[in-house]
Design a protein around this ligand. Sequence first.
Ligand SMILES: Nc1ncnc2c1ncn2[C@@H]1O[C@H](COP(=O)(O)OP(=O)(O)OP(=O)(O)O)[C@@H](O)[C@H]1O
Ligand SMILES: [Mg+2]
Length: 278
Amino acid sequence: MPKAIGIDAGGTLTKVAYLDKSNELVLVTFPSNDLQTVKKWIIEHPDIEDIGVTGGRTEQLLDVIKTMKSIHYIVEFEATLKGVRFLLNKEGYFFERSIITNIGTGTSIHYMEGNAHIRVGGTGVGGGTLIGLSALTTGITDYNNIREMAAGGNREGVDLLVKDIYQGMDTPIDGHLTASNFGKVGITKSTNHQAEDIIATVQGLVGEVITTLSIQYAEEKNTQHIVYIGSTLSNNEHLTCVIANYTRTKKHTPVFINDHGFSGAVGALLNITEYTPV
Ligand SMILES: Nc1ncnc2c1ncn2[C@@H]1O[C@H](COP(=O)(O)OP(=O)(O)OP(=O)(O)O)[C@@H](O)[C@H]1O
Ligand SMILES: [Mg+2]
């Protein structure tokens, strides 16, 4: 049983990281709207002595667990960058400079150089937008249903591509790029679309907005690699492809890491332990 754990209480999900007996990282997720389950889990692990905490819902989490153990707070962006640097190195990546785009409920974008980092910007378009817009347009609210449906959807009848506008002419930019997300609907007056296709298009919108912004920061900072993290990417091959393809089209290199959702929790854990991977 772990003596120390890291917790990242985010807008949607609360992530926990700790080391098992063989010094392997173990990662667990809870919904942030049910922090009692986190408390229950801590009670079930009585060996825990120290808890590193981070994330926007830290106060709410502490209301539930504060009297239980020794608590060590670390600011969210510090924890995220500490964690992502560690996870990148663990997977063999050592970038002198990179853009880190954290697609959580909302999206936060950072520039990392060596051991230094700054938050360069962000957008309210994130995982929360993916769920919110999918729910409002199709009635489907479950993240796993959403990502599965997006994978089987087709954006062709909904998005307007550059080549759809420049009919019979050379296009000034790649004709397959999106000219207008959802733009074909207004032009064709077609409002009858399959839920799969609408959700795939929502996911395209979310992915492209985030990628566009990340690329602008990468260019401003003269940085080749963009590391995309956050639980919105979890088992979500369609979104990952949207982001990867668009990043490559714009001549940058997308990087995805295995434990992409847990940078904050790992950073909160590292803040209270001296961990070197086995
Ligand atoms: N089991 C799940 N339940 C709900 N959303 C999920 C789930 N798995 C992945 N997601 C997606 O991940 C997003 C949350 O990502 P993440 O956990 O990185 O954000 P957060 O830390 O909660 O939010 P923030 O950092 O903005 O405070 C959700 O908006 C949703 O799109
Ligand atoms: Mg987060």
